[in-house]
Design a protein. Structure first.
Length: 506
């Protein structure tokens, strides 16, 4: 059943073109095609138990495992053939295999011609590992022909190119390692919320600067990784102007080297979402549609369904942020209707962090529009996930939003233990952030909102702390997910939440 689960994920990820080719490929095959019937059952979105029962009803159950293996192998063969036309790495490997076949048959000149094609293609796309492999194979072929038609100086030159390629590859690998570590910290710890947390990144930034200073090998790959690292670092540490500058340079680099945009364009996507995140935190909502349109262009590409769904989720979240944080709740509600079929009903196919972001945003809209019952339903989906969402930074924000829901439901007994639990979860920083601290006080005194004197007392505390929060670049990051300050202000002043957001962000 584990293999069938993988098979279902693989089948669901196929594009229309890939499914069409699979049908064509299977049609010309001879013999009994039990695996095609299995594919039909999967394509009809049947659950695992139904697929197994329906297959065994038509064929003997002993044939099930064989059909699963055959379908998996056939789909992979189809994908490899199709991707050979699109994926440069597969093209290079195919040329290297072709060269080896010619070499084994003593067609050394023909083998060398094909090898040179592979080497040229790998060089154009800066695939350092494949360039290195091609150069080593070239020396092997030359050795087999006793270095025919090559001087000693030319031989040494080819050997030195391998050494140079190894140095460049090492430099690119060091850049990649640092970027991966930075991204891991950002994914599991969230944005920097204090100077102390910013200092924890010093080891990475110093290492990256050292690599740049000692690296004489300039190429697309090292530039890309350098810009990815610097932009992510500045975004993480709250310097949004520098983050936007580096992300824009990165986008320009990709657009000047369109052949280097991968299929799927993972790093290009990271560059665009990076600049959108910077604009979002800096509250530059009017600047966001230009880059959202770039995401929409990616969405139109012929990529795997899971990648397209991920891009669509990003588009929805950024459009949601633009309309919601500027107080246009009507447009935000319309947005949910627009994406209900194409995205929200397929939420379970998305990455966990994206699922959580979507659920949080849906919850905040329900709170903002007074639909607390529906907000509670979304929050139950988050809280009932067990450890799936718990490790993600956004989960703590979900818990803060849950405090608001419980306050609206007047579940005052819930607050004390939950607030203590949240405080323990951020104790590693040996401080409670100002926004959380203010929210805890506000929620614990929520009952005072029912009378004028109580509201006035809370407002004095609120006004003093709000100034500190708005002057702190780290604290403002939290308000992008849900503007707790504006929400508390609406409760204290009896003004509409959307009016406050519109006034603040227009």
């Amino acid at each position: 059943m584990q293999r069938l689960t993988s098979l279902m994920v693989l089948a669901e990820s196929l594009t229309k073109a890939e499914k069409r080719y699979f049908r064509l490929f299977s049609h010309i095959q001879s013999g009994d095609k039990k695996y095609v019937y299995l594919f039909d059952l999967i394509e009809d979105n049947n659950p695992i138990d139904t697929i197994y029962a329906q297959f065994c009803k038509k064929y003997n159950s002993a044939n099930f495992n064989m059909a699963v293996k055959h379908l998996y192998r056939t789909m992979m063969d189809c994908l490899l053939y199709l991707h050979r036309k699109q994926d440069i790495q597969i093209k290079v490997f195919a040329l290297l295999s072709e060269a080896d076949i010619l070499y084994e048959r003593a067609l050394f000149d023909d083998a060398m011609d094909v090898l040179n094609k592979a080497k040229k293609l790998a060089s154009i796309y800066e695939m350092d590992s494949l360039i290195l492999l091609s150069r080593r194979i070239e020396l092997k072929y030359m050795n087999a022909t006793n270095f025919k038609d090559i001087t000693e100086r030319q031989l040494i030159s080819k050997q030195m190119k391998i050494v140079e390629e190894m140095k460049y590859s090492r430099s690119a690998n060091l850049h990649s390692q640092l970027y991966d570590i930075l991204k891991h910290r950002l994914f599991y710890k969230g944005y920097v919320r204090s100077e102390k947390q910013k200092e924890s990144l010093n080891d990475l930034i110093l290492s990256e600067l050292n690599i740049v200073a000692n690296n004489s090998y300039k190429g697309f790959e090292t530039q890309k990784l350098h810009l990815l690292f610097q932009s992510a670092y500045y975004l993480d540490s709250g310097n949004y102007k520098m983050a936007i500058r580096f992300y824009q340079t990165l986008i320009d680099l990709f657009e000047d080297n369109k052949h280097m945009i991968l299929n799927p364009p993972i790093y290009y996507l990271q560059a665009i979402t990076g600049i959108l995140n910077s604009l979002k935190i800096a509250s530059l909502y009017k600047e966001m549609p230009f880059f959202i349109d770039k995401l929409k262009k990616i969405e139109q590409g012929n990529y795997a369904i899971d990648f397209i769904l991920n891009v669509r989720a990003h588009i929805f979240l950024y459009e949601f942020t633009c309309s919601f944080n500027t107080g246009n709740f009507t447009a935000t509600v319309d947005l949910i209707s627009k994406y209900d079929e194409s995205l929200l009903k397929s939420m379970s196919l998305l990455r966990l962090d994206t699922q959580l972001d979507l659920l949080i945003q849906l919850t905040t809209l329900d709170i903002a529009t007074g639909n607390i019952k529906n907000a509670r339903k979304h929050m139950k989906n988050i809280m009932s996930s067990g450890k799936l969402f718990y490790v993600l930074p956004s989960y703590r924000y979900a818990r803060l939003i849950n405090l608001i829901i419980q306050a609206e439901l007047e579940n005052y007994d819930f607050f004390e233990n939950e607030i203590k639990s949240i405080k323990r979860s951020i104790r590693y920083e040996k401080q409670i952030y100002i926004t959380e601290k203010l929210l805890f006080k506000f929620i614990q005194n929520y009952y005072l909102l029912n009378n004028k004197k109580g509201r006035e007392k809370l407002y004095k505390q609120f006004e003093k702390e709000t100034v500190k929060i708005m002057q702190n670049k780290y604290e403002r990051q939290l308000l992008v997910i849900f503007d707790f300050i504006s929400w508390m202000q609406s409760k204290l002043t009896n003004r509409k939440f959307n009016e406050i957001l519109a006034e603040k962000n227009h």
